[in-house]
Design a protein around this ligand. Structure first.
Ligand SMILES: Nc1ncnc2c1ncn2[C@@H]1O[C@H](COP(=O)(O)OP(=O)(O)OP(=O)(O)O)[C@@H](O)[C@H]1O
Ligand SMILES: [Mg+2]
Length: 364
């Protein structure tokens, strides 16, 4: 039996996704937290919604390497008015709740609370929805508008509906940035995780549904080569740049990996030479996603991306599995399947039909 290249990538992706037990704990932890918040008499009145965000929600999460813990990002939407609460006060409102249910397991961070579970960490971000705080003034008009523009963020893309328990009229706040209390800066700031999610959804559609897998593969490349890479860019800032570089219309993950790396190298060559970080406006809010990245780190990252782009191109253009698999393994490490001994069992075949995850390298 021979296998096309996309089957190698499917096996690879299977082995780098969060594990079933991590996903189970994420789901259970998230559901319990939601129930507890809704049942909390002090908080329930100001509670609007809670939803998953972050890479896990966008399907760009990879399994942590070397036994580190998976992190799941959660947003609590409240009706808090920033004219009445300083960022520190806003976060303090949640402390009695956390003391009651997560005593000894939570810690306050600059913009969130980290809650430690047995195999995962939950990162809880408290936000205020200005539209909810203002409801009752011009709320009725806007609610009518919102019910017309139903924001379908959860179709197919999600393993669970995003807003299954929300009422229709609550769609209003989804259309606008939320406000996030930053305790360290002492200021409220805009954040729009649903715009990032919606952008990713649309990008994934434009890329034959390969985009999120390209991101996962390249986040894994970073983990495999951590020792030769700077600490940043990583996580969302890296995903954002990959989103800006990945061409629309790719036909496979392999093609996406190669062309995204090559575009990254080309697009940012001048920045890297000058040790300047490219600025990248967030999806949905006017903020620079790259603000906290150091120019030297960016240049060092770019240097490694150059090597990766060359290696990926060579692997992509290899004529057979025996040549290509070791190159992909050099790029992605041991989770990428080896070619079978002798080349008969798992060698690449010319593409004939296939599952839609087709790779269009010469051998695929
Ligand atoms: N610099 C940033 N600009 C805009 N949004 C950000 C930024 N950093 C984090 N975020 C938002 O917060 C979420 C959680 O941040 P986190 O650092 O956990 O990244 P992530 O995308 O979940 O990646 P990872 O898989 O590494 O956890 C991000 O997914 C993104 O929505
Ligand atoms: Mg995260």
């Amino acid at each position: 039996m021979t296998l096309p290249l996309h089957r190698y990538f499917e096996d690879f992706l299977h082995d780098i996704r969060p594990t079933p037990s991590q996903i189970k704990e994420m789901r259970e932890g998230h559901a319990r937290l939601r129930e507890r918040l809704q049942a909390d008499t002090a908080l329930a009145g100001g509670f609007v919604s809670m939803f998953l965000q972050g890479s896990y929600r966008r399907f760009t999460a990879v399994r942590p390497k070397d036994d580190s813990r998976a992190d799941v990002d959660l947003v609590v939407v409240t009706k808090m008015k920033e004219s009445e609460f300083s960022p520190a006060q806003a976060m303090s409102c949640f402390k009695p709740f956390l003391e009651r249910h997560y005593k000894g397991k939570y810690r306050q961070q600059g913009r969130s609370f980290g809650i430690e579970m047995s195999r995962i960490d939950m990162d809880l971000v408290i936000t205020a929805a200005p539209m909810e705080a203002e409801a009752g003034t011009y709320g009725e008009l806007l609610k009518a508008e919102a019910s017309l523009s139903s924001l379908r963020l959860d179709e197919d893309f999600s393993s669970e509906p995003l807003f299954k328990s929300d009422r229709q009229e609550e769609a209003l706040w989804k259309l606008h940035p939320l406000r996030i209390p930053d305790r360290d800066l002492g200021a409220w700031q805009d954040t729009h995780p649903l715009a990032q999610l919606s952008w990713t959804h649309r990008k994934n559609d434009r890329c034959g549904r390969h985009f999120v897998n390209v991101v996962k593969a390249l986040k894994w490349w970073r983990l495999v080569h951590l020792e030769s890479l700077p600490k940043r860019p990583k996580s969302y800032p890296l995903e954002h740049l990959l989103g800006d570089c990945c061409p629309d219309g790719i036909d496979s993950i392999a093609e996406g990996v190669v062309r995204t790396l090559e575009a990254f190298v080309d697009n940012y060559a001048l920045h890297a030479a000058a040790k300047i970080v490219p600025s990248a406006e967030d999806r949905g809010v006017k903020q620079d996603v790259m603000a906290r990245i150091d120019g030297n780190d960016f240049a060092a990252f770019h240097e490694q991306a150059k090597k990766a782009a060359k290696l990926a191109r060579k692997a992509f253009e290899s004529p057979d599995a025996q040549t290509a698999a070791p190159l992909w393994r050099e790029l992605f490490g041991g989770k990428f399947p080896s070619a079978p001994e002798g080349g008969s069992k798992k060698s690449f075949t010319p593409h004939e039909g296939g599952s839609g995850g087709v790779d269009s390298g010469r051998f695929a």
